[in-house]
Design a protein around this ligand. Structure first.
Ligand code: SF4
Length: 211
């Protein structure tokens, strides 16, 4: 796909949703960090249900640490992998208190050193909480990038590298959310809704649907 086509795709996504953001509920960088850790292999809706009960009770590293692993589990037990997530969250809170004064660090290296935080989680936090132009390639972004042809790749690392190279600066901050939302609601995994897709005429996907 050439640069002009990509530019048109990004322009349409921006016109359609000028200020995209995450569907996770949060009111601080710490709340976002914990929500993103909890969201691995879980839906945002499921995570929001749990954090809507957790955060009014505990929404700082000290308060969540004080709940302990078992106490935290009572709030997040409806989320997949909650046992290991509870342990990681408590360890992360301890590390934030010990090393970062209870604040969420703003560098990739420090974020990825936190238990339960990988490259994708770090990218989401850097982008959404701190306004850095990082691109966290999840299953939706991977699929949309490959189907449309804006960044084809065999794995998430390849797609991330191509997106970073191919997305013009003016779109970098928001591309991550536009592609996730497009994948979640239009370019859905099992049956894309090409007939109601705003970039259908620009997309390289060969098996377009009519719905
Ligand atoms: S045209 Fe179809 S395959 Fe292409 S982005 Fe739109 S929904 Fe996805």
């Amino acid at each position: 796909m050439n640069a002009e086509k990509r530019y048109e795709i990004f322009s349409r996504l921006r016109a359609n949703n000028p200020r995209p953001t995450t569907e996770l509920n949060y009111s601080s960088s710490f709340e976002l960090l914990i929500a993103v850790i909890l969201s691995a292999q879980a839906t945002d809706v499921g995570v929001n249900k749990a954090t809507d009960k957790l955060y009014p009770v505990a929404n700082t590293p000290q308060e969540i640490y004080d709940l302990g692993v078992e106490g935290l589990k009572t709030y997040i037990k409806t989320i997949g992998l909650f046992n290991s997530k509870a342990e990681n969250v408590i360890k992360t809170c301890r590390m934030l208190l010990d090393r970062h004064n209870g604040e969420v660090p703003q560098t990739r290296e420090a974020l990825e050193a936190l238990p339960g935080v990988g490259r994708k989680t770090a990218n989401v936090v850097l982008n959404t909480a701190f306004g850095q132009p990082t691109i966290a390639v999840d299953t939706h972004i991977f699929r949309v990038s490959n189907r449309t042809g804006i960044a084809k790749g065999k794995n998430v690392d390849e797609v991330e590298k191509k997106l970073i190279r191919n997305v013009p600066k003016e779109f970098k901050l928001d591309i991550h959310h536009w592609l996730i939302l497009h994948g979640r609601y239009t370019c859905i995994a099992r049956k894309p809704r090409c007939g109601s897709c705003i970039i259908e005429d620009l997309c390289d996907f060969k098996e377009k649907t009519e719905i």
